[in-house]
Design a protein around this ligand. Structure first.
Ligand SMILES: NC(=O)c1ccc[n+]([C@@H]2O[C@H](COP(=O)([O-])OP(=O)(O)OC[C@H]3O[C@@H](n4cnc5c(N)ncnc54)[C@H](OP(=O)(O)O)[C@@H]3O)[C@@H](O)[C@H]2O)c1
Length: 280
């Protein structure tokens, strides 16, 4: 059974074992150890993506996460060297429809990490399609999880992006329609707890994920490696840090309602360090 972070959700009931972000690392490690006896069911939406695949990989190595629902629109290939016995692979045709056999898999989930999105980098993209993937699917996916009967609290973390405007009335310079739509999606997600009882939400706004899985991403990764030597002037984050940060937040409770790139780097590094601490 998972407990809400009292700083973010002061009205939530918390167990006496609930961790807080101010706890020293070693104490936090002990609390994490105590929770191994509990069980956590996590849904990872967009599991084929750059980030989603890394979240899946790391979740398989975390003992506190006992069930992983890997949600994708095509088959996810898991690393055969890692025990994947706690994975339920759910393949859907797009993220807009959730038949009963899919909802059954969602039942009792403690949390969802939602990474599904499409960034319109090619000219002449169909904005209606991008909005459907980034915004409509998020709502439909969330509603299907609620209909399935999740645990309480049910934590939902939505991956947005640094650069999304705070003020929806101000037009962003780059891709204004896209970023306004993403801001509206953030606002939509922030309303979820008012619509469904026992739901906690968080918006993660990473900068560029500086890792290579394709040729073009390798180019970007190298560029950021150079920029990083002069300080993180352009917000960016390692894929492993970002995956660790969002996993940390669904396990330990949301530290803030919106996590910026700097928050995610800090949380990710702390989580990776915590995991490398020997458990007794
Ligand atoms: N990558 C970055 O540098 C970066 C920076 C800031 C924020 N973010 C945000 O972080 C999140 C994850 O990013 P990412 O780089 O991991 O994204 P990604 O690899 O491009 O894709 C994320 C997921 O969305 C799915 N998807 C995309 N188009 C779809 C469609 N038409 N129908 C169904 N599914 C579709 C992908 O499925 P397929 O794999 O099958 O295409 C994938 O599972 C996104 O919200 C993104 O905006 C990313």
């Amino acid at each position: 059974m998972w407990s809400p972070n009292p700083d973010t959700y002061p009205n939530s009931k918390i167990s006496k074992n609930a961790p807080t972000s101010s706890l020293p690392r070693i104490q936090s490690s002990l609390l994490r150890k105590q929770k191994i006896e509990g069980s956590m069911k996590l849904i990872i939406a967009g599991a084929t993506g750059l980030l989603g695949a890394e979240i899946v990989r790391q979740s398989l190595q975390i003992p506190e996460i006992t069930q992983v629902v890997v949600l994708a629109h095509q088959t996810v290939h898991l690393d055969e060297s890692i025990d994947s016995s706690k994975v339920r692979s759910v393949v859907i045709h797009g993220y807009g429809e959730y038949p009963d056999n899919v909802k059954v898999e969602f039942a009792g989930a403690d949390a969802c990490i939602w990474t599904v999105a499409l960034t319109p980098l090619q000219p002449g993209f169909d904005f209606a399609e991008v909005k459907r993937i980034c915004q409509d699917y998020t709502k439909l996916g969330f509603e299907a999880m609620c209909e399935a009967g999740p645990a309480r609290p049910f934590r939902f973390i939505y991956l947005s992006a640094e650069g999304t405007p705070e003020d929806p009335t101000k037009d962003p310079v780059i891709l204004p329609d896209f970023f306004i739509m993403r801001r509206n999606t953030e606002l939509m997600v922030q309303r979820f707890p008012t619509e469904k009882e026992g739901v906690e939400v968080c918006i993660a706004r990473p900068g560029v994920i500086a890792n290579s899985t394709t040729w073009s991403r390798a180019l970007v990764a190298n560029l950021f490696r150079i920029v990083n030597r002069f300080g993180r002037t352009l917000p960016n984050i390692q894929r492993s840090e970002l995956a660790a940060a969002v996993l940390n937040q669904v396990m330990d409770g949301f530290e803030k309602k919106t996590l910026l790139n700097a928050d995610l780097v800090r949380l990710g590094r702390r989580e990776l360090k915590l995991r490398s601490t020997p458990r007794f």
